[in-house]
Design a protein. Structure first.
Length: 172
């Protein structure tokens, strides 16, 4: 295994992608079921995800330097990914900060302010989830042209003479 900057970035970039959705779902479930325990869990997960999102952000620049000179890597796509990732990082950070404040209010039994902030946290988390999904897709486009807009798959390679044509096993 070659554990370099790009590999580390690829390993940790799933934290905000899945963690933000998971935290938002827990917060929503806690609000809907009026379960303080589930709400606290969702808020705590949001704080952890926000911290983990900064790990992703910090590994992005070294990963960029590692792959920037590779063939078929377009700087334009890297830049788009970087810009989208930065925006999503700040929104997920706001999600984490709001969740931390909400967690303190819920812990102190200030239900009115806690519920309103929990709803605001949830909305911020949903926005962050959408933004980080876009950033992740742009990141995938860096090395996966098959997910880029306008991709046309190449024609299949020619079949060797005598090879079966398809499911039926017919021969030439």
């Amino acid at each position: 295994m070659n554990l370099n900057a790009a590999h580390i970035h690829l390993l940790v970039n799933h934290i905000p992608v899945f963690g933000t959705v998971f935290a938002a779902l827990l917060i929503a479930w806690g609000l809907l079921r009026k379960s303080e325990d589930v709400l606290r869990l969702g808020l705590a997960v949001a704080v952890i995800v926000a911290a983990g999102t900064w790990l992703v952000q910090l590994t992005g620049e070294p990963a960029e330097h590692l792959i920037a000179g590779m063939q078929d890597v377009q700087r334009r796509i890297i830049h788009q990914h970087e810009e989208a990732a930065e925006l999503s990082t700040w929104v997920i950070t706001a999600f984490g900060v709001l969740s931390l404040i909400t967690l303190v209010l819920v812990h102190r039994r200030r239900a009115s302010g806690g519920r309103a902030l929990a709803i605001l946290s949830l909305l911020t988390g949903l926005a962050g989830a959408g933004l980080v999904a876009r950033a992740a897709n742009l990141g995938g486009e860096i090395r996966h042209p098959e997910i880029r807009a306008g991709f046309v798959p190449p024609p299949p390679p020619p079949r060797p003479a005598g090879a079966p044509r398809g499911e039926g096993g017919e021969r030439d």
